[in-house]
Design a protein around this ligand. Structure first.
Ligand code: SF4
Ligand code: SF4
Length: 392
């Protein structure tokens, strides 16, 4: 098994029957039955030898495909990943209505020293007291006495990077040994956030969790490259460009191709696809060590065609066109959680509720005709209407 720095694990074969044995101690009857059902009649699953990269100036050696726990209802799925060498788990205070950290706590029990744990403060927390309370709550929920990477959640511009009280809180937590490294997460104005991390004279934050996939605008790719060269550890999320299933794609899934595309960029230290079940885990983890091929490129081209007019790259180009200041890309992100591969209506609604008052799709009801234009051909007014119907 990997040590704290992620070394020393070889290739192993995971036999379904053996896996069921390990689950029985951890799962209740219904959950166990579901896991058994997933594996019934399947061939033994091969897991590849882990591949590691260094997470920027943190120096942590992390598996290139790691675990985004946001959507994972069963700790056993995370546990299986850890047993097969995955050594970085990402969660957050707010996921699953505040229950996701407790799921992760069950998964990491007995192996805390072999993995790196990343979580996030609440998106609204700014004050010293608020940040400290968030971290203390995370420590309790995760049943641990330290967090490897604490991240300020969902920065929409560079301002939160420089709030003195936030830094004071994080420094105090570091001194107390409760956090090791500090990072940020962003989906909006990503290039601005990344560039601000680089330009920060104190180099306060060590990592950035960014939305990054084959549809990401070039300026974000350039900012990622600049940040990586400056020692910021780049963690990629939203690697599947929404993970939409469409009739025109049929049975083809672009998941592995999309993940390989992300990992062919050496500036990315680690990708954290969200994984709900063992099938998704197996599909994602298999990518470690694989090359991006011509066939992958074709798959992504087909996927891009299929989601044209559907997938919002969150580039922000339309924003200036909306006189009401509707947070169009955040509304679209919330909608994606409901309609894309996530299929998570709770997450969609909680993301929608986080939008600044007056800046959600309800503001469009007072608008004569939509002035905002999407450079990727999305019908913004129609998207806002769908969001109101589903999430409002
Ligand atoms: S309809 Fe378009 S321009 Fe009008 S408020 Fe909504 S997003 Fe903005
Ligand atoms: S709606 Fe279009 S222009 Fe606006 S953020 Fe999304 S992809 Fe960019």
């Amino acid at each position: 098994m990997a040590d704290r720095n992620g070394r020393g694990i070889g290739r192993r074969t995971f036999i379904a029957a053996g896996m069921v044995g390990t689950t029985s101690a951890l799962l209740g009857g219904k959950a166990l039955a579901e896991v058994v059902q997933q594996y019934a009649g399947t061939a033994p699953a091969e897991f590849p030898a882990p591949v590691y990269r260094t997470l920027g100036r943190t120096g942590l050696k992390v598996t290139v495909v790691s675990f985004g726990a946001m959507l994972t209802p069963e700790p056993e799925v995370i546990r299986v990943a850890l047993e097969h060498g995955v050594n970085y788990v990402d969660t957050a205070r707010k996921y699953m209505g505040g229950n996701n950290e407790a799921i992760v706590a069950k998964a990491i029990k007995g192996r805390r020293d072999k993995i790196f744990l990343a979580t996030k403060t609440l998106p609204d927390s700014r004050s010293k007291v608020g940040i400290i309370q968030d971290v203390e709550a995370s420590l309790r929920a995760l049943k641990t006495d330290y967090i490897d990477v604490i991240q300020l959640h969902n920065l929409t511009n560079k301002q939160r990077i420089f709030i003195p009280e936030t830094r004071e809180a994080l420094l105090e937590l570091k001194k107390q040994g409760k956090v090791r490294f500090c990072g940020v997460t962003t989906h909006t104005n990503q290039a601005e956030v990344l560039n601000a991390l680089v330009d920060d004279r104190e180099s306060f934050f060590d990592t950035c969790l960014v939305s990054y996939n084959f549809k990401t605008p070039p300026e974000v790719g350039l900012a990622i490259s600049r940040a990586a060269k400056a020692g910021i550890g780049i963690i990629a999320m939203k690697t599947q460009a929404g993970g939409y299933r469409t009739a025109s794609l049929g049975s083809i899934t672009p998941h592995q191709a999309a993940l390989k595309w992300v990992l062919q960029n050496p500036d990315v230290s680690v990708a954290i696809p969200g994984m709900k079940d063992l099938a998704q885990l197996r599909e994602n983890i298999a990518v470690m060590g694989m090359k991006f091929t011509y066939a992958d490129r074709r798959r992504l081209e087909r996927y891009a065609e299929a989601v044209e007019g559907i997938y919002c790259t969150m580039c922000g180009s339309c924003q200036a066109g909306c006189p009401a200041g509707v947070e169009i890309s955040n509304v679209n992100r919330a909608l994606m959680y409901a309609e894309g591969g996530y299929g998570d209506h709770d997450l969609a609604r909680s993301t929608y509720r986080e939008i600044r008052p007056g800046a959600d799709a309800a503001a469009c009801l007072d608008c004569g005709s939509c002035q905002a234009r999407c450079i990727n051909g999305l019908d913004i007014a129609a998207k806002m209407e769908r969001a109101r119907g589903l999430l409002g």
